[in-house]
Design a protein around this ligand. Structure first.
Ligand SMILES: [Zn+2]
Length: 252
């Protein structure tokens, strides 16, 4: 049974109880992390996933609040003696920089490093990234400060789908990505360039006609402000909730 677990729900200014936004899709056959921040191992321990069992990693964009944990994850996998392939998906812009970052760490000199495949994804709407028995993941470019992808997870047995906006201004690409999906997870950083407010997330959810909206990547801790659920609900009739750390969506 596949489930999507929110590992972090905060915007870039994270807090004690809310890590930067990242999540993981846990299936029988594949365990796919979506972004990787700070020390990724701790959050995985807390949900009972051994980081050695993660098979794939999708990077949405090359901002520190989404990719800062990748070098440490790779190093810890290497120290634990990983042998099996690890595949990282992302746009050319993202993966070129990730490879540069790893070269800064001289990772080619780390002895007996396990195979890592960089799977470059075109900035084209509804590109299929990955498919296994249980689910399919596809991506669309969205509108952030740097090249960024939003994602869609289609679960085969239940025929349910979840779309994730990632960091973006309100845009038609997310509406199309979420069309026919049950759930939209949309960012709600606030009214800023390259981001969306909760009201704007509500409008996008209404346009996409999803059943349920989860707000994510919102201000947390000392930066918490306003009633984001109420703001989004002004524009969207379906259910609205805050995605919080460790929220688990069972979808198969
Ligand atoms: Zn972000």
């Amino acid at each position: 049974m596949a489930k999507l677990v929110i590992l972090g729900s905060s915007n870039a200014l994270s807090s004690k109880d809310s890590e930067n936004t990242h999540m993981i899709l846990v299936g029988e056959e594949r365990i796919v992390m979506i972004d990787c921040v700070n020390n990724p191992v701790h959050r995985l321990q807390q949900i009972g996933v051994d980081f050695m069992d993660v098979t794939d990693l999708v990077l949405t964009h090359f901002h520190p609040d989404h990719v800062s944990g990748v070098p440490l994850l790779l190093m810890d996998m290497w120290l634990r003696g990983r042998k099996k392939l690890f595949t990282i998906y992302g746009l050319h812009y993202t993966l070129d920089r990730m490879e540069q970052l790893m070269r800064m760490y001289s990772w080619e000199t780390w002895p007996n490093f396990f195979p890592v495949a960089f799977h470059r994804v075109p900035a084209v709407e509804k590109t299929s990234l990955f498919e296994c028995e249980e689910f399919r993941i596809s991506s669309s470019p969205v509108r952030h400060l740097i090249p960024t992808i939003g994602l869609r997870f289609d679960f085969k047995s239940s025929q349910s789908a979840v779309a994730y906006s990632c960091d973006t201004e309100p845009c038609a690409e997310v509406v199309r990505l979420a069309e026919g999906a049950d759930v939209l997870i949309h960012e709600a950083t606030g009214d800023a360039t390259g981001h969306s407010s909760a009201s704007q997330a509500g409008k996008v959810a209404a346009q996409a006609e999803v059943d349920k909206l989860y707000l994510i990547h919102y201000p947390t801790g000392e930066y918490t402000n306003g009633n984001l659920v109420a703001e989004a609900s002004q524009y969207f009739q379906g259910k609205v909730e805050l995605a919080t750390d460790f929220l688990s969506l069972d979808l198969s």
